[in-house]
Write a protein that binds this ligand. Structure first.
Ligand SMILES: NC(=O)c1ccc[n+]([C@@H]2O[C@H](COP(=O)([O-])OP(=O)(O)OC[C@H]3O[C@@H](n4cnc5c(N)ncnc54)[C@H](OP(=O)(O)O)[C@@H]3O)[C@@H](O)[C@H]2O)c1
Length: 253
């Protein structure tokens, strides 16, 4: 039966696979027949994800993406074991409430390193000779609706996510000759541990107001996984340099 989302014979690296969105992306991609390489820092949680995958041949590799200079070499080593990658879904990321009066170089650097530098170096790694398949490939970065809208105390986080949406534009043009596509997802608030951290900072009323600001309610990791699969697979073959907003109508108002 025709399934344009089928990823059979393709290997995809999923970052942030130990939790939330990345974990669900990995599960869905395995259900679409991809071979998945999971990465994160927490080995036990990565193994939990691996145990939830469909099919054979998946791997879990512990790696701290804040070691940004090491990423291209790490991808080369990985590819020497798995063969060239078809794609990357970069879901690893960090959110930290930071009123601007509390911003300092260390805190800002921590967010920029985890959310932006990691993406840049993953793209560099993927672009290396032999690291992506001869047919080309597809890279999906998880940005955020905070790239386009505002909330107090998340300006620095929003800046890292906005930078990703700018990053994919020129990168898409640069890598198009090799048929490597690069895109972003910009989710609204999604029910993961990241949202639970926010829950700890807000009152019950503020949380209800935040959910009400999403006409379709909060998203689920599966909502984001569907969009990631769409951009990754042949359904997205004419899409590059784009950011797909999926936010239950949050930014439509
Ligand atoms: N949840 C939302 O409302 C929402 C909305 C818009 C965008 N996003 C974005 O979606 C992505 C996934 O978020 P989530 O909600 O799924 O969060 P989450 O459940 O907190 O998961 C974050 C993931 O990032 C990984 N990670 C963090 N720092 C890392 C590092 N230095 N090296 C390697 N892995 C690292 C964590 O793995 P380890 O702990 O194992 O290292 C974990 O798997 C993030 O980029 C986030 O900014 C989330």
């Amino acid at each position: 039966m025709l399934n344009p989302l089928d990823l059979n014979g393709r290997t995809v690296l999923v970052t942030g696979a130990s939790s939330g969105i990345g974990r669900e992306v990995a599960i869905l991609l395995s259900q679409l027949n991809a071979r998945v390489v999971l990465t994160g820092r927490n080995e036990q949680r990565l193994e939990e994800t691996r145990a939830s995958l469909t099919g054979e041949g998946h791997r879990a590799i512990v790696f701290d993406l804040s070691q940004t200079d090491d990423i291209p070499k790490w991808i080369q080593t990985l590819v020497s074991e798995t063969g060239p990658l078809y794609g990357i879904v970069h879901a690893a990321g960090k959110q930290s409430a930071m009123p601007i009066r509390f911003a300092n170089e260390k805190r800002v650097d921590d967010l920029v390193r985890t959310n932006l530098y990691s993406a840049i170096m993953l793209a560099r790694g993927f672009a290396q000779k032999g690291c992506h398949t001869a047919e080309g490939g597809s890279v999906v970065f998880v940005s955020s609706v905070m790239a386009f809208t505002g909330k107090p105390a998340i300006s620095v986080y929003g800046a890292t996510k906005g930078a990703l949406t700018a990053f994919v534009k020129s990168l898409a043009v640069e890598l198009a000759p090799e048929r490597v596509r690069v895109n972003c997802l910009a989710p609204g608030f999604v029910q993961t541990e990241m949202l639970d951290q926010l829950r700890d900072l807000l009152t019950e009323e503020q949380m209800q107001a935040l959910e009400a600001a999403h006409p379709l309610g909060f998203g689920t990791p599966r909502d984001v996984a569907h969009a990631a699969a769409f951009l990754l697979a042949d359904t997205g073959r004419w899409i590059t340099g784009s950011t797909l907003v999926l936010d239950g109508g949050y930014s439509a108002q």
